[in-house]
Design a protein around this ligand. Structure first.
Ligand SMILES: C[S@@+](CC[C@H](N)C(=O)[O-])C[C@H]1O[C@@H](n2cnc3c(N)ncnc32)[C@H](O)[C@@H]1O
Length: 304
């Protein structure tokens, strides 16, 4: 069977852009996991066919940097992708610049922004060189290379242009691990709208991997200078409790995240303390509030 990579390689600009529209439509719809897989496979083929350096693991990389392969894998999270794409689609139309800080190897949010805001120009930053190379290949195959400028740079230190929309998905490994709280603040300095504006911290009575429904514990307004917690821990059914923080997997990052939160003065409204996961599981960084739509990534998607 002819792969999407092969089809696009032979296609002209209009057919490439039509495919990009179909892919973005499918991923916004939230139900069509097949579209996410198709886009992910396209990225994997670009990695393989163009000989882009790749590794499944971030060995030796700073924790906020993703390899091309790991970044492609993130497309498996259907609610994460649709949540961000829909938030970009809801933003007032841009005929200026859109910034994607941390576009990964897929440039998924840049592609979504270019499709949903057809008069805009997207400036995408990616700190990982091989990921950026893959993103360039994908954007070219989708006929959007004249609309999306991918720069290999640290968005925290880059001279960011003034923009209508600034988007960053740098929270999937925890609230502060990928420095998303700093990237959103940097974007707020130059952008009319920042996505996401707030991140919800969610709590559950059971370990998140059990598939238990998370409840909101607190919200962090990422565009505020001090990034203070603005909400209060809600009852989880058995009364309020201290927040036990763990970021992403049961990987021992939890205590470090708590330390980072304390260092960033994030603990003003909510007591943050370490509680064994067996007693209360809380995760940070998987839930984003983007306008009307709350995005929650089912824990099961992250256990493979
Ligand atoms: C969680 S991934 C998200 C990728 C893609 N935007 C998506 O939604 O699937 C975050 C990406 O941001 C990159 N990154 C992290 N910190 C960065 C920074 N300060 N400047 C530029 N890129 C950064 C990582 O290397 C990674 O590829």
């Amino acid at each position: 069977m002819t792969s999407l990579y092969e089809k696009l390689s032979r296609a002209g600009g209009p057919a490439r852009r039509a495919t990009a529209m179909t892919l973005i439509d499918g991923m916004r719809g939230r139900t069509d996991y097949g579209t996410n897989v198709a886009y992910m496979t396209l990225c994997e083929d670009v990695i393989a066919e163009r000989g882009i350096a790749n590794s499944a693991y971030e060995n030796g990389l700073p924790r906020w940097e993703f390899t091309a392969f790991s970044s492609a894998m993130l497309l498996r999270s259907v609610p994460r992708v649709s949540g961000f794409l829909n938030a970009i689609g809801r933003a007032p139309e841009s005929s200026g610049t859109i910034i994607d800080a941390g576009c990964g190897s897929t440039a998924i949010l840049s592609v979504g922004a270019a499709i949903m805001h057809p008069k805009s120009q997207v400036v995408a930053y990616e700190i990982n060189g091989p990921s950026a190379a893959c993103a360039r290949g994908v954007v070219e195959l989708l006929g959007l290379d004249d609309r999306i400028d991918i720069r290999v740079a640290d968005a925290l230190t880059a001279d960011l242009p003034q923009a209508d929309i600034g988007v960053t998905e740098t929270f999937c490994s925890g609230l502060t691990t990928e420095l998303g709280h700093k990237l959103t603040a940097a974007l707020a300095g130059v952008s009319r709208d920042v996505i996401p504006a707030t991140v919800m911290i969610s709590a559950t009575d059971e370990p998140p991997m059990s598939g238990a429904r998370w409840q909101h514990a607190a919200a962090v307004d990422l565009t505020r200078e001090n990034h203070m917690l603005t909400g209060h821990l809600l009852s989880t059914g058995n009364g309020s409790r201290d927040v036990s923080v763990y970021a992403s997997y049961y990987d021992g990052y939890g205590d470090e995240v708590i330390a980072q939160l304390r260092a960033n003065n994030l603990t003003n409204s909510v007591t943050i303390g370490s509680v064994p996961v067996a007693h209360a599981g809380v995760t940070i960084g998987f839930s984003y509030e983007m306008g009307a739509e709350l995005h929650e990534t089912p824990a099961s998607l992250w256990t493979e």
